[in-house]
Design a protein around this ligand. Sequence first.
Ligand code: NAD
Ligand code: WQD
Length: 339
Amino acid sequence: MSPTILVTGGAGFIGSHTCVALAAAGYAPLVLDNFCNSDVRVFERLARIIGSAPRFVEGDVRDRALLDRLFAEQPIAGVIHFAGLKSVGESVSDPLAYYDNNVHGSLVLAAAMEAASVHTLIFSSSATVYGATDRLPIGEGEALQPTNPYGHSKQMVEQALADLQRSDPRWRITLLRYFNPVGAHESGLIGEHPHGKPNNLMPYVSQVAVGLRDKLAVHGGDYPTPDGTGVRDYVHVMDLAEGHVAALRHAERQAGLATLNLGTGRGTSVLEVVKAFERASGRSIAYEIGPRRTGDVPSNWADPALAQATLGWRAQRGIDQMCADSWRWQQANPRGYES
Ligand code: NAD
Ligand code: WQD
């Protein structure tokens, strides 16, 4: 019998790829998603990759009665909690939506798990909790000083879950701080398709390559970095997905709280991403260097050593594969799952 893992937000970008990794590792993902930022057609694609579609329930993670029913009816061994909102800019203009969805949602879920005696939880945190720091690479012990409501919401959930674990040693909680997730499954069947104009670099670059947008605005060319553009730790979404499987395996071995960076430990500049995407796609990417974006830091990249020591996990895929896989998805699905 494959252990059932409840995957909240499992229809989304990282969640859908994690369903693939879970199925490959012998788990049965059960998705709970309200589709506020995803498309139900992802399940047809997952069926083509996995062989059968993961089971899914349409609903909200804040719906306690629904969660109680799910835990009562299904033999859920653990939970991976992706469901939440993730736009930094939107969190500034609508903070209550972020505290409600991300913080309240996580508390409702944890309370339902406690009531059902399910104690294994993997939480999607973010490198955004570190805020601005000039000490690189960033280790998990770095001070947390997020600079926006989205980041505060992640920090609050981390704190609540750490306190919960301290209150009851049966909990097996892993807080995963992702750096910059990009790429797509190598099949090109699933990937990221933001609604409207992308905020993030990789989807923007791939939309320029496919002809949906004219040119990339590079946010700042005067940073103290080798080429003047911002440097980030891009991590392939399938590496992240496999990191979640490694975290589940770890939780099966050991109770407690683990807080881990998931990144590659390598920084790549905006212009290096543009060049790698040009190589992968064979297209030229028009860009223009403009002003810095408010709130951006010059550089950040992870120290991934603790994840390697704890989980035996390290990122395997480099920037060329991230771009090649993003391009395969983008080219085959220029309008996402509508294509
Ligand atoms: P995504 O928006 O593609 O996926 C989130 C999924 O959760 C979507 O399918 C959405 O419909 C669902 N959802 C949102 N609120 C819900 C609710 N209340 N109930 C049920 N379902 C709900 O985002 P993603 O990129 O896959 O991110 C997944 C998680 O990882 C998020 O918590 C995000 O904050 C975190 N994270 C993402 C990044 C990134 O850059 N993508 C980086 C660090 C952390
Ligand atoms: C990367 C680099 C930009 C767009 C964000 C969130 C973070 C996390 C990951 C969720 C920067 C530059 C970007 C563009 C550009 N998400 N850029 N032109 O800002 O590192 O992180 O996503 O947790 O919380 O803040 O990622 O992809 O937006 O930017 O020049 O059109 O690309 O300035 O240097 P970021 P990003």
